[in-house]
Design a protein. Structure first.
Length: 289
């Protein structure tokens, strides 16, 4: 997040141009601005400062031009990006500076192409064009870039009954969850407290694991009390929940109105889990972006 107070802008200027900062002495042609905004959007976001020379000296924008130039910048950003951009002006040393703050493009809106159809990114303070002989090639490169940038594991805590001696099929259900994860081909990792090595107090360990998780699968087969506890704790933490239960399971009133995946056997659980896992991972990546 960039500080757009006069002091904050001065601090940004003092550090010079970088992968996330671009100076322009005057309001450049439309295609030049489009390149800067697109490159920021396709990389990690950034701030464009207009009225600043390459060496960081404050030149300023004529006061009578500020309003019209900001409106022009708004129209260009809206047309090019399709999502909000923070645009404004600040007075430093009696001179007006226009700024535009661009966030990284959300995955479902990317990639952002320049007016010439180029896929641009930042390489330090430079803008580089990523090779691609066609739009298909550009889209492929964008997807590959996202894969590289989003290798962080998506951690799912599994809350379920451990009473295998009472219901041997519980182990089959957990293996079905593992198979569903493998079939998504996404970096999803399942964690279950009884499969974690070490000496710990179970309730505290459960809460610690949920705190570190991006989602939980809460399976209510055998209506175990521990699963209700874990679900309640996760909801309090606003963690993404996938709720499952074998058909015929009687759910308590406080959870029965939430979406639940009911299944007859491990095969059906595996099939039904795949789209839920994909949706949860997509939300995770969009929030990250």
């Amino acid at each position: 997040m960039f500080d757009t107070s006069p002091e904050g802008i001065l601090n940004i200027i003092s550090q010079g141009e970088s992968a996330t900062v671009e100076f322009k002495q005057r309001f450049p042609p439309t295609d030049i601005i489009a390149r800067v905004l697109a490159a920021f959007a396709n990389t990690n976001g950034g701030i464009l400062l207009i009225g600043i020379a390459d060496d960081g000296s404050i030149v300023g924008i004529p006061e009578h031009d500020v309003k019209s130039l900001i409106e022009r910048l708004h129209r260009l950003a809206s047309s090019l990006l399709g999502y909000p951009v923070q645009i404004g002006n600040v007075t430093i040393q009696g001179k007006s500076i226009i700024y535009a703050i661009v966030d990284k493009v959300p995955m479902h809106l990317g990639p952002v192409l320049s007016s010439k159809g180029e896929f641009l990114k930042r390489d330090g303070a430079r803008i580089v064009s990523i090779p691609g002989s066609s739009l298909k090639g550009v889209l492929h490169q964008f997807v590959e870039t996202l894969k590289d940038e989003n290798k962080k594991e998506f951690k799912i805590f599994v809350a379920m009954s451990f009473r295998d001696e009472e219901e041997p099929a519980l182990e089959d259900y957990y293996r079905a969850m593992q198979r569903a994860v493998n079939r998504t081909k996404m970096p999803i990792v399942l964690r279950r407290v009884d499969l974690i090595d070490g000496d710990f107090e179970i309730s505290q360990k459960i809460m610690d694991e949920i705190d570190k998780s991006d989602a939980i699968i809460a399976d209510f087969t055998l209506t175990s009390r521990n699963v209700y506890f874990e679900l309640g704790y996760a909801r309090g933490k606003d963690i993404r929940i996938i709720q499952t239960a074998r058909k015929g399971t009687s759910l308590e009133f406080d959870i029965r109105n939430w979406k639940t995946i009911f299944y007859r056997n491990a095969t059906e659980l595996e099939e039904k889990l795949i789209p839920e896992l994909q949706a949860a991972y997509k939300e995770f990546i969009e929030k990250k972006s």
